[in-house]
Design a binder for this molecule. Structure first.
Ligand code: SF4
Ligand code: SF4
Length: 95
């Protein structure tokens, strides 16, 4: 895995779900972040894709690459996560 163009800090998501109701695209934000954090910890790409499947698409949410970068989610995140930037990383890595 090439980390050169992504933020390799773990994402401090607390899975509070506050970002979910305001997203017009129904992006599975916390599930995507859980998959990315797993990947950053383990470098296990197949495992990360499986987590993304279970927590995002299997639950009816959309994948990171479908984010339209409207920014609504970031106004609700208590952790101040740059959600759009991190979703872009994820869409590039978990193809
Ligand atoms: S920036 Fe992306 S994830 Fe956030 S609310 Fe908009 S579409 Fe959803
Ligand atoms: S609002 Fe922030 S901390 Fe809460 S689930 Fe969404 S990204 Fe994670």
């Amino acid at each position: 895995m090439n980390y050169s163009e992504i933020d390799i800090e773990k994402i401090p998501c607390i899975n509070c779900g506050k970002c979910l109701p305001c997203c017009p695209k129904r992006i599975g934000i916390p599930g995507s972040f859980a998959a990315m954090n797993y990947l950053l910890e383990t470098s296990d790409l197949d495992g990360a894709k499986q987590i993304e499947k279970e927590l995002v698409t299997d639950k009816g949410y959309k994948r990171a690459g479908e984010c339209i970068v409207c920014g609504r989610c970031e106004k609700h995140c208590p952790m101040g996560i740059k959600i759009r930037d991190r979703l872009l990383d994820i869409s590039n890595v978990l193809k």
